[in-house]
Design a binder for this molecule. Structure first.
Ligand code: ADP
Length: 524
């Protein structure tokens, strides 16, 4: 049966409506998918995005923004943007006003005291939206800023390092000879008390200057550490010996309480020794300033603790005030009088300990003074038995020994010559490599103390010539250099001789020479 005209009209109307509904449904689906897609996209971004109304309240925001302000995503709508992110910030508020007025203000990087992070914020007018809506973008740049600061700090330190290493280099030889000669004169018994007092001051001041130079040079150097098994008891004993002079001079009671079963650690013994030197020096200084009547006690302790080895330095000085505890490890932080402190000791020590996978902490000790605790992971196995102290030069010198000094600096030659002559040895000094080689060809030496780069006309190094021609002297040679150029440390270590950086400590040189001469004596 055919449709009537009326039926067709009705059907057409129904069909048109149906088609419209279907199209709308399809469009609705499209918009819903698009919306979800956009929301997904915004939520996938790590940057916080918020749309703000004309009063600066959040209309909507992505998940990253919710995370930044530490709220569930369902609770961000209606939050006042500036207060939620910064607590308070006139700069960000004015930035939003500019954006509301249609401008695109430059971004801002600010620290939020509320959230204790650093944020970068951008704001832009929302296109097409009526009534001053603004889109705000928030990035957490805390880590990036920390890295940048680190790079800048690193570059600064490198520049400072270069500068100081030049100056320090020039100071090395004079300081070595001043401290050494003063030390030597002090040992002579025919000086008057007054002269001895003056000499003590000369010695003390030269050593102090030397320590500053050594610390500065360590910053410039920061070479590769040579890792090996280290007995911290041995390091402790040697260091105590090294600062013995200052301890006696200031009438300080230095006690060592060393665990007899101490485990070894893996590390660079010279770097670790430097840490102990710095800690002990600080402790000695702290108790040295104690008013009369107050005990001047410094305790150096080692012990095993939970797979770690602890080395503690405790003193009866004034201690570190709580508010300074976070600052003392910063480079150049010092509370000492100008000229008394460089503020480098603890920061350098901190870096060294950190490179050993350990920690260095300061707190108040039970005696009321400062307690510094260095903790280093132990390597397995009990401590190697080591001699209680290095034998002194005199101990090995029943028979007078032949000593050769090769150094371009007359003051250093003079100081080393005087040091070993006074111990009863026969010393010859050469001002350059050619003279050194000539003397080495003429007779046998028990001990050679040389500047490894003592001048050779063809530019090669004296140490290389020495050890190629007389390999047997490797064990009898002590090299002392002021050369802090990169690569020097690796080269010296490769040579396999004992070596010192100038300005060296006379006690240290004596101890090393004593070891060499004792070995020579055992062989002969
Ligand atoms: P410096 O000794 O040249 O000042 P350091 O980095 O070694 O540099 O020490 C930084 C600061 O830490 C010192 O100036 C001092 O205020 C504090 N400090 C270090 N050791 C001690 C200690 N044993 N007792 C009290 N304060 C200390």
């Amino acid at each position: 049966e055919a449709f009537t005209e009326g039926q067709i009209r009705l059907l057409t109307t129904v069909a048109v409506h149906t088609a419209t509904v279907l199209t709308n449904g399809h469009l609705f689906q499209l918009i819903k998918t698009g919306k979800e897609e956009w929301e997904g996209t915004f939520d996938a971004l790590a940057n916080g995005i918020a749309v703000l109304d004309d009063r600066g309240l959040v209309r909507r925001a992505n998940r990253a923004f919710a995370k930044i302000v530490d709220r569930p995503i369902t609770e961000v709508t209606g939050l006042p943007f500036v207060a939620a992110v910064f607590g308070q910030s006139a700069e960000v508020a004015s930035m939003l006003i500019q954006a509301r007025g249609g401008a695109r203000p430059p971004g801002l990087t600010l620290r939020s005291e509320r959230l204790r992070r650093i944020f970068q914020v951008h704001a832009a007018p929302m296109p097409g939206a009526e009534g001053g809506s603004v889109v705000a973008l928030v990035d957490d740049v805390t880590e990036q800023k920390a890295l940048e600061a680190q790079v800048i700090q690193h570059e600064k330190m490198a520049a400072v390092g270069q500068l100081v290493s030049g100056v320090a280099h020039e100071l090395n030889n004079p300081l070595t000879s001043i401290a050494g000669l003063a030390d030597l004169l002090l040992e002579q018994s025919d000086t008057t008390v007054r002269t001895r007092e003056h000499l003590s001051v000369v010695h003390e001041q030269a050593e102090r200057a030397g320590k500053i130079v050594r610390n500065l040079l360590s910053f410039a150097r920061q070479g590769q550490a040579e890792m090996g098994a280290v007995d911290l008891n041995d390091v402790a004993r040697r260091t105590a010996l090294l600062i013995g002079y200052e301890v006696r001079l200031r009438e300080i009671d230095l006690r060592t309480e060393l665990a007899s079963d101490l485990t070894l650690v893996r590390g660079d013994r010279y770097q670790l020794q430097q840490v102990v030197v710095n800690l002990l020096t600080n402790a000695v200084q702290a108790v040295g300033d104690n008013p009369a009547g107050q005990p001047r006690l410094v305790t150096l302790r080692t012990r095993n603790a939970d797979g770690r080895v602890l080395l503690e330095v405790e003193d009866t000085g004034p201690g570190v005030p709580d508010e300074l505890l976070t600052n003392i490890f910063n480079p150049f932080f010092t509370t000492k009088e100008p000229g008394q402190g460089t503020g480098l000791g603890l920061s350098l020590s901190f870096n060294i300990v950190e490179r050993h996978g350990g920690t260095l902490q300061a707190r108040r000790g039970t005696l009321g003074g400062a307690l510094f605790v260095m903790s280093i992971p132990s390597s397995r196995g009990p401590s190697a038995v080591t001699p209680a102290s290095a034998p002194s030069a005199a101990a090995g010198s029943r028979r007078s020994k032949n000593v050769l000094v090769v150094d371009g600096d007359p003051a250093v030659r003079r100081m080393i010559s005087a040091l070993f002559s006074s111990d009863g040895h026969h010393v010859e000094a050469a001002p350059d490599a050619a003279h050194g080689v000539e003397l080495l060809g003429q007779r046998e030496f028990d001990l050679v103390i040389a500047d490894p780069r003592a001048s050779v006309p063809d530019g090669s190094a004296f140490a290389d010539i020495l050890l190629t021609r007389w390999p047997a002297l490797r064990e009898r040679t002590i090299l002392a250099t002021a050369d802090v150029r990169p690569g020097t440390e690796e080269w010296l270590k490769g040579l396999g001789c004992r070596f010192f950086w100038k300005p060296f400590n006379v006690a240290e040189l004596r101890a090393a020479a004593g070891e060499v001469l004792a070995a020579v004596r055992r062989k002969t």
